[in-house]
Design a protein around this ligand. Sequence first.
Ligand code: PLP
Length: 281
Amino acid sequence: MKRSAFVWINDELSALSQARVSVDDRGFLYGDGFFETLRAEDGCVPFLNEHLERLRASAQAFRINFPDQVSWEDRLTRLLAANGLQQGIAAVKILLTRGEATGLGLPNSPSPTLVIWARPYQPPAPEEYEAGWPVVVFPARRTTFIGGHKSLNYLFYLAARQYALDQGAKEALILEVDGLVSEGAATSLIVALSNRFLTPASPSALPGVTVAVLARALGRRGKNLERAQLQLSQVQEVDGLWLANSLMSVMPVSSLAGESMPQASEKTRFLQECLAQEAKS
Ligand SMILES: Cc1ncc(COP(=O)(O)O)c(C=O)c1O
């Protein structure tokens, strides 16, 4: 029999079937909240602090009270155990909304809603990491201050990912309004140019935890992850292009807008190994 799933709603660990969020919650009404997606492996959740820092910074920027009293590691341990996810890979999601409060603007709400759930996560197959993912360019461009936050207003990214899927691709590349390369629909970008690694400097991209961790890992090895403004035409000429996020780690791009991209398997393994080692340290 399938075990029932459990989820934290504020301070209660509830059966998913019992868990309720009000229809007056501003997360539902306006997307007035933020989320984090983390990867748990054998009960450990690496880079938890980096994710919480990003969530806290977004909450503060938008005047949502951040629940500082929460004992995050304890909650995650209990959540993974309740869901039978102490072994293997799981996706953990932390959602924080303003909760219930009336009025437009960013009203003060004494009780934000905090939801934490965990589900089994099946990473892409090893052959996919070997062959890479086809990526297409999403035609609608994006420049918004909210892009820098992992906000619950995720519709743009869902539409971008669907655009890619409808074309038989796996990810959509997002451009800033002025044409600068920004990120993927659910991924940050890494570029290899000769012996350098770059990531796009893009004013409205999400500051990715994975990219930050990779920058740290490369630094330990005497290398840099440089931030550079990149045009699409430049990215089409690079020596290697990768997608990166917390769940998937680093995935090479096999083609961009229908044009094959050079495969740099050694660099792929190097980047994946950098992340794996940081997760252990
Ligand atoms: C739009 C967007 N960019 C980048 C990323 C990568 O972020 P992280 O490395 O923090 O998972 C994500 C993650 O889902 C995302 O949604």
